[in-house]
Design a protein around this ligand. Structure first.
Ligand code: GH3
Ligand code: MG
Length: 572
């Protein structure tokens, strides 16, 4: 923006030039009124500073012309060496912005004027950026407004004379200037209509009626401000500027609020909900679903061998995999499904209105999509998934334990699979599933570990035999042996727990007893030909071996000093 300075005093003009340039203005000097006309640039000159024989100037027709050309005249500041109150009054009567006596020139007051002008110009720039609709049945008012806007280079304005034509629009303007009294419709129902479609728009009402009841009513139904007719340009522009400033401020506050909310509720790496916020939403959703008697389920997903991704490609690539995986999840789930980052490489999904069967299908789809997804130069990524549906009598802890166990089972029975509390797939690809014995199972007590390892080995063998029709005899013998082994192992484990004075020893012994009863019943059923071997295998995996170890035995592992659980395959 340019400051045009009419001044014959070279020294003083240097001073003004300095101040102007320091404050973002370009500086031009004129030493005669004729030069003012030559150097005046309507688009650029933002301030006229007149420092001359002011008396002469006020009587000079050409300067009067500049000042009185209200529409295009920029603000004027007078700096004079004369001390004459009459002149000062005359200047203010002509609409100058500021008045200084040269002797008492105060540069900081002068800078304040510069800042005000910059702010006003900034406001006009803002107005140029927004979309404006004007509705007035008076052709004359529309024309005046067009002049006002055109003079400020504000071109994105749609002018409507007919309310019905206006009402056919999409109402996607940011600023509406609406006449209060219109044929067929009145400003107040138009305001209501705009508000229904566009909650955030600014609406300024234009009226010649100053009745405070009418104005108060319009403000209460949603107008942001009003302007009185006949329209006066400076007031008109100032009103619009103030409205827009307010609008931008509100928008900034709302964006900042959104950012703060996101920071508090979302994980910064994946932008999924963080664990704390996920838990909070769950609480609300659980209540809603229970009240509506709708089924809902949870999915817990963990990347397989993710540590090796970090080891092989570096932590940054590991981060990329997590971000990409979050994107894949968002793309493949419904908007109503709530996705959270549960921990490092673990994700949770709350599925509304979904049974365990339907969410297992979704989980299977996600597993497949991830398995096939190309992670930009990184080896194939697979995930293990647990699924659980909220059941009667559940609380959050019970449900998440069941969910955790499903995930454990998926991990321990080969990974890259979905296990739900309804179904454990006993076949992996075209091979029977096998349970891996690993550090994960180690309790720190060699005898217990040897027993567990033996049981898992026998179970793997049984699963294998289930898929061979010719091995019925072998399978039956193995089951008898297995049942005996369970009983013996429970006895040995109880002895050890007693020796270690395990505080839940009695409860644990009861769990053993229940399991033995249930297992013997199941085997009887099998022997009576009422149960398929594959279902026996599922029961043994889910309830007796892995289920029992994960659900109950893990609780006593910390009594052994030498437990080697630091490298657990799955973290709880
Ligand atoms: P499993 O198949 O049994 O789940 O094996 P895993 O390697 O995925 O599991 P483990 O718990 O041994 O390792 C998880 C790894 O995830 C270790 C940790 O460094 C990594 N991890 C956790 N959070 C982040 C993260 O934000 N960025 C990266 N790059 N790695 C992470
Ligand atoms: Mg993992």
């Amino acid at each position: 923006m340019q400051l045009l300075h009419l001044d014959s005093d070279k020294l003083f003009s240097e001073k003004i030039k300095n101040i102007a340039q320091k404050n973002g203005f370009t500086y031009k000097r004129a030493i005669s009124t004729n030069e003012v006309f030559e150097k005046f640039d309507t688009g650029k000159t933002g301030l006229l500073v007149i420092d001359e024989d002011i008396d002469w100037m006020l009587n000079n027709e050409s300067v009067r012309v500049i000042i009185s050309r209200d529409f295009i005249c920029p603000p004027i500041i007078v700096i004079t060496s004369k001390k004459d109150l009459r002149i000062k009054k005359k200047c203010f009567n002509m609409g100058i912005m500021g008045y200084f006596e040269k002797e008492l020139f105060n540069s900081s007051r002068f800078v304040k004027y510069l800042k005000t002008i910059q702010k006003e110009t900034g406001n006009i720039d803002l107005i140029r950026k927004i979309h404006i609709a004007v509705l007035d049945d008076s052709q004359f008012t529309l024309r005046i407004m067009r002049v006002f806007f055109d003079m400020h280079g504000i071109n994105n304005v749609a002018y409507y004379q007919s309310p019905s034509e206006f009402l056919q629009q999409k109402m996607d303007y940011e600023l509406f200037l609406i006449d209060l009294v219109l044929p067929e419709h009145d400003g107040d129902d138009i305001i209501e209509y705009i508000r229904e479609k566009n909650q955030d728009a600014m609406i300024i009402l234009m009226t010649a009626y100053t009745n405070e009841n009418i104005l108060a009513h319009c403000l209460s139904i949603g107008a942001n401000d009003f302007i009185l007719k006949p329209l006066e340009m400076k007031i008109f522009m100032a009103r619009i500027s103030s409205c827009i400033n307010h609008y931008y401020l509100q928008r900034e506050i709302s964006i900042k609020n959104d950012q703060l909310f996101d920071m508090a509720t979302r994980d910064s790496l994946t932008t999924l909900y963080n664990r704390a916020y996920f838990a909070k939403i769950c609480e609300k959703k659980v209540k809603e679903n229970l009240a509506a008697d709708l089924p809902f389920s949870f999915i817990l997903m963990d990347i397989d061998h993710f540590k090796t991704v970090n080891d092989q490609y570096g932590h940054l690539k590991g981060d990329y995999v997590l971000r990409e995986l979050a994107k894949v999840l968002k793309e493949n789930l419904r908007n109503s499904d709530i996705i959270g980052r549960w921990g490092g490489e673990e994700f949770t999904i709350l599925m509304d209105n979904a049974t365990v069967e339907s969410s297992t299908e979704v989980a299977e789809k996600i597993r497949e999509v991830i398995e096939k997804h190309c992670f930009n130069g990184i080896r194939q990524i697979t995930v293990s998934i647990g699924v659980a549906q909220w059941q009667k009598g559940d609380d959050r802890e019970i449900l998440f334990r069941r969910l955790d166990h499903s995930l454990y089972l998926a991990k321990l029975t080969g990974r890259n699979k979905v296990v739900s509390n309804a179904e454990l797939h006993m076949i992996q690809g075209d091979k029977p599933m096998t349970i891996e014995w690993g550090l994960f199972f180690k309790s720190g007590n060699d005898k217990i570990d040897a027993d567990h390892s033996k049981l898992i080995g026998m179970l793997n063998k049984f699963i294998y035999l289930c898929f061979d029709k010719n091995k019925k005899k072998e399978m039956d013998n193995l089951l008898i042996e297995f049942a005996q082994e369970i009983v013996d192992h429970f006895d040995r484990e109880e002895e050890i727990l007693k020796d270690y004075k395990y505080q839940n020893y009695k409860d644990h012994k009861n769990v053993h007893a229940e399991l033995v009863t249930k297992t013997l019943k199941l085997l009887k059923n099998y022997n009576d030909n009422n149960l398929e071997p594959i279902n026996v295998a599922k029961y043994l995996v889910q309830e007796v071996v892995i289920g029992h170890i994960v659900r109950h035995d893990f609780n006593f592992y910390n009594i052994f000093t030498h437990h080697e659980n630091e490298n657990m395959i799955v973290k709880s």
